[in-house]
Write a protein that binds this ligand. Structure first.
Ligand SMILES: Cc1ncc(COP(=O)(O)O)c(C=O)c1O
Length: 417
């Protein structure tokens, strides 16, 4: 233990024992990319949308709505309620479940406006661990690396993994997944990526989701969906929300952490919603009261600006349609980049098969590149991606795609492990 300098009179600091925390892959890749002076450098590491110029995109409908919000004389900077904006949480929950969902019509679905996807995941996990006393949670292999940390910090003392990715086929290991869930203890919490799985880009089909729901119903497992990419898998909101709607229709009680970072491009505004489906409408009040108790000591109440923007857009039919068009623009660009990369690799007759690139959905693909190949891409070609081989497909654009394909081809031929 360090001692206080003023009290002890020596030059010891109370902070001397602090160790540097292990580096995060995302910051390492980001920093190395920023420091690289090459004109050809390509960032396939970033976890955000980029346009064809390689730049972040402020959605035009978001920009116009923001202008309306900041000039609205009726708005101020008073605290929001602990559970945030009612109208945002109910619009977000309807967006997820559909206006005609039975849970909504029967007043069994509601939301808690929280700090984007991460904050929503965190408060939901704390509720499950501290209020319902759930102790075991499962994450996919591989998963978004924050899932395990969020669960751990929320009080889960047993975090297990279920099989998800089959490296041989570069697709879902559905039998492994079903097998692992079928041996999970009752009341385990299962984190499920609703769509556009991060990091693999590989989603279950509807038939596979039905099998997942069957085993979860049989084993009495609690579905905790992560909806960070609604609209980003197919470009269609209803299609992407199908897995959560299927579970709701089958009578599951569930949580779903919704993020508006990617689909509204509002990353830094921290807009999210924890959607909750219960069996008995009368449970809503008790549950909300516990969320008040969980949230207040963590962050008191959520921020308002981004939430106002999302709320306006979701509740105005014209703006909402414009937003859907923006989603189409983003997803179409990503899909085009996927097809062009596949075509370019096939033209070069790069060893291996590349259909997984176009089969995967959303921002990411597990390319199948090894850590050594990723390192070589960085040093020889100035192309940056995660050591797992995860590549963000919208780091590609019409100017760099041939360069990236040539680099992948060279790497695969010359770095064989
Ligand atoms: C799978 C997944 N869940 C949740 C999040 C949370 O994002 P945010 O907190 O910005 O909404 C991300 C962000 O990358 C993600 O990839």
């Amino acid at each position: 233990m360090g001692s206080n300098t003023a009290a002890s009179g020596d030059d010891m600091s109370v902070f001397d024992p602090v160790q540097v925390a292990p580096p995060l892959d995302m910051w390492k890749v980001r920093t190395e990319f920023m420091q690289d002076k090459s004109e050809n450098k390509v960032d396939l590491g970033i976890g955000a949308y980029r346009n064809n110029e390689g730049k972040p995109w402020v959605l035009p409908v978001v920009k116009r709505t923001e202008e309306k919000v900041v000039t609205d004389e009726n708005l101020n900077h008073e605290y929001l309620m602990i559970l945030g904006m009612d109208s945002l949480s109910s619009s977000a929950t309807k967006l997820l479940l559909g206006e005609k969902s039975r849970a909504i019509l029967e007043n069994r679905a509601f939301g808690v406006h929280s700090l984007s996807g991460t904050g929503s995941l965190r408060i939901g996990a704390e509720f499950l661990s501290k209020i319902l006393n759930y102790k075991t949670a499962y994450v996919s292999i591989p998963a978004w690396d924050n899932h395990e940390k969020i669960l751990h910090n929320s009080g889960f003392n047993e975090i297990r993994q279920y099989r998800y990715w089959d490296p041989a086929t570069r697709s879902l290991d559905i039998d492994g997944l079903i097998n692992d869930l079928s041996t999970a203890p009752e009341n385990s919490v299962i984190i499920l990526h609703m769509c556009a799985h991060n990091p693999t880009g590989c989603d279950p089909t509807k038939e596979q989701w039905t099998r997942i729901a069957d085993v979860m119903q049989e084993r009495k497992l609690f579905p905790y969906f992560d909806a960070a990419y609604l609209g980003f898998a197919s470009g269609d909101l209803d299609e992407d929300a199908w897995p959560v709607r299927h579970f709701e229709e089958r009578g599951f009680e569930l949580f779903c952490a919704q993020s508006f970072s990617k689909n509204f491009g509002l990353y830094s505004e921290r807009v999210g919603n924890l959607a909750i489906v219960v069996k008995k409408p009368q449970d809503k009040f008790k549950i909300q009261s516990q969320f008040n108790a969980i949230i207040r000591p963590i962050y008191q109440s959520p921020p308002a600006h981004g939430a106002r923007v999302v709320n306006h857009i979701l509740n105005d039919p014209v703006l909402r349609n414009e937003w859907k068009d923006c989603l189409k623009i983003m997803t179409t660009r990503i899909k085009n980049m996927r097809s062009e990369l596949k075509l370019a690799l096939e033209r070069l007759q790069t060893p291996g098969t590349w259909s997984h690139i176009t089969e995967h959905k959303g921002l990411f693909s597990y390319t199948g590149l090894t850590a050594q190949q990723v390192e070589y891409l960085k040093t020889r070609w100035h192309i940056y991606l995660y050591s797992s081989g995860r590549a963000n497909m919208c780091g590609l654009n019409t100017k760099n795609i041939d360069y990236v394909a040539k680099a992948f081809d060279d790497t695969i031929r010359n770095v064989t492990q």
